[in-house]
Every structure is written in structure tokens, then in C-alpha cells.
Design a binder for this molecule. Structure first.
Ligand code: HEM
Length: 421
């Protein structure tokens, strides 16, 4: 097959014919004139060239390019979840409007045939993130002394000003109120750049991936109270489990052991109460300890318990990929913070003016995990023998290989309030 850049010129033609031809050449296509001349060593400009500054710049640029690709994939996945009425032709990867995501809300229908594409692109993001986590170690080959030799020239530039990193966080669903406060607001650093402010605002206003996933989860077939009523059945199974646990606890002859098991059974009961009582759940959401809307959580529990049914197999893989994304970003934060401590210690301010290591350490908490509730689903698992058996009708419904939910499956799609739309 002819190389797409060669404009039909075959291998056996003279090479100078290629350079003379009007077709596009490799360097031109990739705009290498721009990319490969974009490494400006400040240390060299001050006539004290530091060898490792080259690596420092290349590493950051490589990160930014990968951030760009992740955002590209993320936007397309959001469109696929949001699909149909946005004028988006997902298979050709083109959209009529640039952002593609409808401005004032989420279309109700997920075009069901596109879910494999969602999975493929989420998995691609996962692989890129794995690379980004590992890439930190290359920069760690620079010694703190070498970094010190050019660090002052950078000031006040800082990764904190990475617009793409913020867009990525917002598009995933990190909310302003969950961020660690730094100079009041992360908007501040874009103060003099109207385009950046506009992009940030758009990323905050559009439905995030988390929001779209929640809408989709709330439509999980089987949640309908008037039909299979998964939640009602699951609740009865949990009650049975808790009674069994308490009875077992009472059977322990040794008082210490008995008390331990009784306390354990009571604390599990209290935890389960928080998912059966919607107001308790919402209170946890308002404290940031849970992120998902009530219906979305129910869908996620159902998919997790019945993941062996053909129709839930892909949704379960999607949930796993979403958790992987959250995990890997947390791992990146962790690797980055360790590198920062190694380079500047834990008492120096960052070039962006934060407390440096201390600030970054505080971003490692659950507040930045967008799919936190998926991690915590394990708390609500029940033993296989207590999983409510599927009715014949439900078994049939879930037996077909998943092509997505049918919008008629479940009309319970108003759970995610989309307060960020
Ligand atoms: C020698 C290597 C590095 C050092 C010492 C360093 C240091 C820091 C410090 C101290 C901060 C806190 C903000 C501030 O006050 O400046 C920060 C934030 C940040 N850095 Fe780095 N950094 C390094 C490499 C990188 C690389 C390779 C990237 C890749 C893009 C990066 C991306 C970021 C991002 C996105 C933030 C904002 C994190 C947040 O607010 O959650 N940094 N960095």
C-alpha cells in the first residue's frame, strides 16, 4: 500500500523525485518545523546552559501532547454518550459543532450501537495514562542539583498553569467545590488569557463524562420499580444478609469475639442504610463523600452483581475502565508529588506560588476521584447465593449481547440533576 504521505510515488522511483514532488513530506505533514524548534533553553539564553533543561522541556511538551489526545478521546466519548441529536457522526469522528456536546443539557438517548466505540476509546485513554504515569521516572533521572541550576529561570511558570490539565479534570467531572483551594481559585492563573478562560468555562458548563455516565446508569434495565424492581429485591437480600450476620455473631461463645462480630454487623447495617435512604445518600453527596446520583448508584450496583449476563458484560467493562482512569490519574498525582519532593523537598514554595509539595499532597485525596462510588461499590456486594434470581423475562432481556440500553427499557433517567450543565 502506498504511504499516504507519498502521494502515489512508488519505492523504486528516484528519491530526489520525492523531494521534488508537490506531495506532502513527512516533516511537513507533522509540522516538525514547529515542534522540533520549540525547545528554548532558558539556561542557554542566560549563557549557563544546563544539559537537563532539554529533558525537562521535552517531557512537559510530551505530556501536553498526550493531554491533547486524551481530551480528544474524552470529547468523543462524551459525544457518544450524549449522541444522536448533536449532529455527530461518531464513526467518521466528525461533528457539526466543534465541542459537539449540547450546550444546555444532555440528549436522553444513547445511540446504542456506539458502545463498543466508547469502550475502545476509554481503553485507549487508560493506556495513554499508564504511559504518563511511567513517564515521570524519565524526568527523575535529572538530579535535584541539576534542576536547581535552571529552576529560577522558570519562575513564575508552573504546571499549575496547564490549561489542558484543568480541561481534562473538568471534562471528567472534577467540580470546583471539591478542589483544594489555591490562591482562591484555579481560574486566577488564566487571568490575562480570555481564550483560556472561555475554554475553562465551557468545560465547566458542558456535561462532564461523570454526569453522562450517571444518566446512562440510571437507565439500567431492571431498575424499574413496577417491573423487575432490582432495588426492592436487593434491599430484601441485604436485610436477610444482615439478619444472618447478626445471628452468626450471637453464636460466638467468647464474649470478645461475639462483641466484635456484633459491632461489625451493626456497622454494616448503618452503611447499607446510607444507600437505602435517599436523604442519607444525598447528604453524603453534598459532603463530597459520594459523587453519584441515587439512580446511578443503583444502576452501578446492579451491573456489578449481574455482570455475567451478556447484556451487562460491556457496561461492566466500561465501569472498570472508568475506575482505571481515576486510579491512573491518582497514581500520576502520586508519582508527580514524589518527584516534586525529590526535586525541591517539602518546604519550598512551587514556582507557581503554592506551598509546593504540601499543596500537591493534599490533592491526593478522594475529592479528585470522579468515579469514587465505583471504587466503593465493593462495600455493597452481597454473596452470590443472596443475589436476587432473575425472572425468566429479565433473563431473556439480559441474554442478548449488549448493544446498549434501549431508551424504552427504563424511563428512570432524571436522576442526575446535571447541575453542571
Ligand atoms: C522537576 C519536575 C517538576 C517539579 C519540581 C514540579 C513542581 C510542581 C509544583 C511545586 C507544583 C505546584 C504548583 C506550584 O506552586 O508551582 C506543580 C503542579 C503541577 N505540575 Fe509539576 N513539577 C514537575 C514536573 C511536572 C511535569 C513533567 C508535569 C507534566 C505536565 C507537571 C504538571 C503539573 C500539573 C498539571 C500541576 C498542577 C497539579 C494540581 O494543581 O493538581 N509537572 N508542579
Amino acid at each position: 500500500m502506498a504511504c499516504p504521505l507519498s502521494d502515489g510515488i512508488s519505492d523504486d522511483q528516484e528519491s530526489d523525485q520525492m523531494t521534488d514532488s508537490p506531495g506532502m513530506l513527512y516533516g511537513e505533514y507533522l509540522r516538525l518545523d514547529k515542534i522540533l524548534t520549540a525547545q528554548r533553553l532558558l539556561s542557554a539564553e542566560y549563557n549557563t546552559e544546563v544539559h537537563d533543561e532539554h529533558l525537562f522541556i521535552i517531557t512537559h511538551q510530551a505530556y501536553e501532547l498526550w493531554f491533547k489526545q486524551i481530551i480528544y478521546e474524552l470529547d468523543s466519548v462524551r459525544l457518544l454518550f450524549n449522541s444522536d441529536h448533536s449532529g455527530y457522526d461518531s464513526l467518521n469522528g466528525t461533528s457539526k459543532n466543534h465541542s459537539g456536546v449540547q450546550k444546555n443539557g444532555v440528549s436522553q438517548i444513547l445511540n446504542e450501537s456506539r458502545t463498543l466505540e466508547i469502550l475502545k476509546r476509554l481503553n485507549r485513554i487508560v493506556l495513554i495514562l499508564k504511559l504518563l504515569v511511567d513517564q515521570v521516572s524519565i524526568l527523575e533521572t535529572m538530579t535535584p542539583l541539576d534542576f536547581m541550576a535552571f529552576r529560577d529561570y522558570l519562575c513564575p511558570a508552573s504546571g499549575f498553569q496547564s490549561l489542558q490539565f484543568r480541561l481534562l479534570e473538568n471534562k471528567l467531572g472534577v467540580k470546583q467545590e471539591h478542589r483544594v483551594k489555591y490562591n482562591q481559585s484555579y481560574h486566577r492563573v488564566f487571568g490575562r488569557d480570555p481564550k483560556a478562560i472561555e475554554a475553562i468555562k465551557r468545560s465547566e458548563d458542558e456535561p462532564s463524562l461523570s454526569c453522562l455516565v450517571q444518566k446512562w446508569l440510571a437507565r439500567t434495565p431492571g431498575l424499574e420499580a413496577h417491573d423487575f424492581d432490582f432495588w426492592g429485591k436487593y434491599k430484601r437480600s441485604v436485610e436477610k444478609l444482615l439478619v444472618e450476620q447478626e445471628q452468626l455473631a450471637w453464636k460466638h461463645a467468647k464474649e470478645q469475639l461475639r462483641n466484635y462480630h456484633l459491632a461489625n454487623a451493626r456497622s454494616r447495617k448503618a452503611v447499607f442504610e446510607t444507600i437505602f435512604n435517599e436523604s442519607l445518600h444525598n447528604a453524603l453527596v453534598s459532603r463530597g463523600e459520594r459523587k453519584f446520583a441515587y439512580g446511578a448508584l443503583q444502576g452501578a450496583v446492579m451491573i456489578t452483581l449481574y455482570r455475567d449476563e451478556p447484556r451487562f458484560s460491556q457496561p461492566h467493562q466500561i465501569l472498570t475502565a472508568l475506575m482505571d482512569i481515576d486510579s491512573l490519574i491518582t497514581k500520576w498525582r502520586y508519582n508527580h508529588v514524589l518527584m516534586v519532593q525529590r526535586m525541591i523537598g517539602s518546604q519550598q514554595l512551587g514556582t507557581g506560588g503554592s506551598s509546593g509539595y504540601q499543596y500537591l499532597k493534599s490533592t491526593l485525596s478522594d475529592r479528585y476521584k470522579v468515579f469514587l462510588d465505583l471504587f466503593n461499590l465493593s462495600t455493597f456486594l452481597i454473596p452470590r447465593h443472596l443475589i436476587p434470581p432473575l425472572t425468566k423475562q429479565m433473563k431473556t432481556r439480559l441474554s442478548v449481547a449488549w448493544n446498549g440500553w434501549n431508551p424504552d427499557d427504563n424511563q428512570n433517567n432524571s436522576e442526575c440533576t446535571l447541575d453542571d450543565t
